[in-house]
Design a protein around this ligand. Structure first.
Ligand SMILES: [Zn+2]
Length: 326
């Protein structure tokens, strides 16, 4: 049986939003069923079935959100129940409870329980609700504040979960510079096909990230293959000895890096950055070029030239342009 947690945002409110969720902990309710009292006294990390019941006002919901306005007027069951009995339960599923409470408190003017700043992850979840309920105007002041706070926290390192949150919030808040930076992080460091199930990031954005990521990895593998094939076929290297040294060193390095058999699309477990890191550790043999002749040495010294070519690819990498997805 679900633990019932009641939240009263407007004690005269006619609408109860009902959210079922599985949570390890939940925002402090205004009152709750006894199971919750005992479970909060002995906190554990197991998931509990929660039925959150949030009492709110139809007028505030309708003013803030055209989605609620449609639901509470016209021919919807909810609207008819409200007219007939003067109250109504509306089931809302799939939302984050903490984010939903913050959104509802703001649109009811209950600002004393709204945090001044919210962390990235919570901000991303609130933005999902603002987007769905189209209540940007009612949330405007807080959104502006949170955006300015986010702008001071732009990431430089990669973390798959956080990067996806950043991609979503930078799109939502129209932060083009941040969007460029965080999509570049995803393209450069992502080590698997990326999908956004939690956030409504446009499919075209995820597709562009995945395409650019795979292309960047493909470019590195192709240039290594070009050197390897050239040496194997006797086309690269100025002399037999020069070629043997370079090919031997390259084969050993590829074996050590687990790249002897190159990975294939979608390159799970590999990123441009992990490849680059391996390439930089490839051991360079001392040159056995025949420097006394007029032979061309453009195709000699495979390892340093491979490193140089990957460095060039690295310096040319770019994030996505937000304006093309708006
Ligand atoms: Zn040579």
């Amino acid at each position: 049986m679900a633990i019932i947690a009641n939240y009263i945002i407007d004690e005269t409110g006619e609408v109860t939003l009902v959210l079922h969720a599985k949570l390890t902990s939940l925002p402090t309710p205004d009152n709750a069923s006894p199971e919750l009292v005992s479970s909060t006294a002995n906190p554990d990390q197991s998931l509990k079935d929660i039925e959150a019941r949030i009492q709110v006002s139809a007028k505030h919901l309708r003013l803030a959100s055209p989605v609620f306005d449609r639901q509470l007027t016209g021919s919807f069951n909810e609207a008819q129940n409200l007219q007939r009995t003067g109250k109504v339960d509306i089931t809302v599923e799939g939302w984050d409870l903490e984010a939903l409470l913050i959104l509802l408190r703001i649109i009811h003017g209950r600002n004393h329980r709204v945090p001044h700043f919210v962390p990235l992850s919570l901000c991303a979840r609130i933005a999902v609700l603002v987007d769905y309920y189209a209540c940007q105007e009612a949330m405007q002041v807080h959104l502006r504040l949170w955006k300015s706070h986010l702008e001071t926290q732009i990431p430089t390192g990669y973390n798959a979960t956080e990067t996806l949150e950043w991609i979503w919030v930078s799109y939502f808040f129209d932060m083009s510079r941040v969007f460029d930076q965080v999509t570049l992080l995803a393209i450069r460091h992502g080590d698997e096909h990326m999908e956004s199930t939690e956030f409504p990031v446009k499919a075209s954005i995820m597709e562009a990230i995945n395409t650019h990521r795979e292309k960047s990895i493909d470019n590195v593998l192709n240039l290594i293959a070009r050197w390897r094939d050239g040496l194997r076929q006797g086309l690269f290297g100025c002399t037999f000895e020069c070629r043997c040294d370079d090919l031997g060193a390259l084969e050993q390095s590829l074996f050590t890096a687990n790249l002897y058999n190159p990975p294939t699309t979608p390159f799970t477990g590999w990123s441009f950055d992990s490849l680059f890191t391996h390439v930089k550790t490839f051991l360079k043999p001392s040159s056995r070029c025949n420097l006394l002749s007029y032979l061309n040495h453009d195709k000699c010294d495979a390892i340093p030239k491979i490193v140089q070519e990957v460095e060039t690819l690295s310096s040319e990498m770019q994030g996505l342009d937000l304006t093309t997805f708006k």
